[in-house]
Design a protein around this ligand. Sequence first.
Ligand code: DO4
Ligand code: MG
Length: 282
Amino acid sequence: GIVVGDDVYSVTDKVASWTDPVPMWQTLRALHLDMRSVEERLCVGDSLSYRNLTSEGRLLPPVLAPEVWASGVTYERSRVARNAETQLQDSVYDRVYTATRPELFFKATAERLVPPGQSLKLRSDSAWMVPEPELSVVISSHGDIIGYTIGNDLSSRDIEGENPLYLPQAKIFAASCSLGPALVWCDPTVDPLAWEIEMRIERAGDTVFLGNVALTQLRRPLSELVSYLLRDNPILDGTTLMTGTGIVPPDEFTLQPGDVVAIEIQAIGQLVNPISAQGTRT
Ligand code: DO4
Ligand code: MG
């Protein structure tokens, strides 16, 4: 669907092959059309309320991402937090923060992705877990940025802290990642560096964490992260690259089942996910 204000217009009932933003983006590009001309033609007739769809948890991730990759230590706050976890001198985190090559890692397959409104799940063998709110770029197989969404890179700090080589186990597990709620098309008028990310964590109705960061604090250009991802690495259309977290709750904080994490970038919307234990139904 295309969101205009609070109205969501179905496009799949008008153009059956547009079940995903990627074929839609490819068609528009081939025909030299922009989104506005699509809105004029397709955003007519019946619509649904975006607010209702979001609050009723009826949204899918905004892209059929075959793979989700992620970037690490791209903000100063992330570097400081990783150093606190690992307690190593001259840490790999300090070095990667200033290195030419960024840290990129595999995060999730489509099966591990959780739609907006549904539960992210804590690892059963970790006692220190945090959400990581990240601007995420949806790309084509050639590395064009199709659009922007919000990602939650749910992570275990004690597993990674014990040994950085445990990173895949700290990052990749069932229901460890969420994307959404919407995708903002990449367009010359859209400047993600003007955005801010806010994260709120609620527990039993109380806010137990609130933090924000400006995208200007991101140390690396988006194009640099994308270009390293594509080096000798075949990427499918719709692959999503998370760009790293600039917000980490204090070291004494860990998520608990029942918490609710809300991440907001005003231009995109709010990605809300409850937290539950593995093995529980969403
Ligand atoms: O270096 C480990 C992971 C870092 C990360 O996920 C982040 O900075 O967002
Ligand atoms: Mg992260």
